[in-house]
Design a protein around this ligand. Structure first.
Ligand SMILES: C[S@@+](CC[C@H](N)C(=O)[O-])C[C@H]1O[C@@H](n2cnc3c(N)ncnc32)[C@H](O)[C@@H]1O
Length: 229
């Protein structure tokens, strides 16, 4: 989540709690976007600009790295990260469980080359299996309760084609610390090579970002060295 006022975050937590308590941990996303009625200030993660933690990662690559890549953006929200990858010359598919969020993206970016799709990460289209050169996951895992996070991560890794890459950005915490409240920070074990099933390109980055107050982030890039099965 970002620099939005704390009442916005608290309201999102209320939405989450109501749905999670009813056994529907994914229902609150659509409810929140719908209740926002096109007002982004109600959405705690909606900065209406690309994620600075992704931009910093992009800056370390040569621009040619991105040319023509097939990119999948997981839990794309209002589409700013997806648009950034399209701007870099990638062919982008971006999906979100919320149909309202997807329609909002299409309305914000009517001339976009991005293919925006309403889909559930836990039940993705079969044609996405091992189909993308680059998969981008920022802040979705941390809003999923720990009991469904493992299967969500499994699905995310399954989208990466052999030799393709996966970038994950998430809130971070130490193993011995309590899980806290939504958004639940991830542990390094949850983002280990064993857990993800891919090879890390470089050690996990553990840092505090520039939000006020600063948030501890984990950022890690993986490569799929597995063979097609
Ligand atoms: C915390 S927001 C982050 C949005 C965006 N990645 C960003 O950084 O601004 C998480 C997003 O994931 C979406 N989401 C949650 N569960 C999902 C699922 N099972 N499948 C697809 N999208 C999901 C939510 O609707 C929401 O837009």
């Amino acid at each position: 989540m970002n620099n939005q006022p704390s009442e916005t975050r608290n309201s999102a937590r209320q939405f989450a709690k109501i749905y999670i308590d009813c056994g529907d941990p994914l229902g609150w996303f659509e409810a929140l976007y719908l209740a926002a009625n096109e007002n982004p200030y109600v959405i705690p993660w909606a900065d209406m600009k690309p994620n600075p933690n992704i931009l910093a990662w992009i800056d370390k690559k040569a621009p040619s790295f991105f040319q023509g890549l097939q990119v999948l953006v997981v839990g794309c929200g209002l589409g700013d990260d997806a648009e950034k990858f399209a701007e870099l010359g990638c062919h982008v598919v971006a999906f979100d469980i919320s149909l309202t969020a997807i329609k909002w993206c299409q309305q914000r970016f009517p001339l976009s080359s991005v293919k925006y799709v309403a889909a559930d990460l836990l039940k993705p289209p079969t044609e996405w299996n091992q189909s993308f050169d680059l998969v981008i996951e920022a802040y979705t895992l941390q809003v999923l309760p720990p009991d469904i996070r493992t299967s969500a991560l499994e699905k995310i890794a399954s989208f990466v084609r052999p030799q393709g890459r996966l970038l994950i950005v998430a809130r971070g915490r130490d193993e011995e610390n309590p899980p806290g409240t939504m958004p639940w920070p991830l542990t390094k074990t949850e983002l280990s090579e064993d857990a993800v099933g891919l090879n890390a390109i470089s050690p996990l980055e553990d840092y505090f970002d520039n939000e006020v107050p600063p948030v501890r982030r984990f950022r890690i890039e993986f490569i799929n060295h597995n063979y097609l099965v």
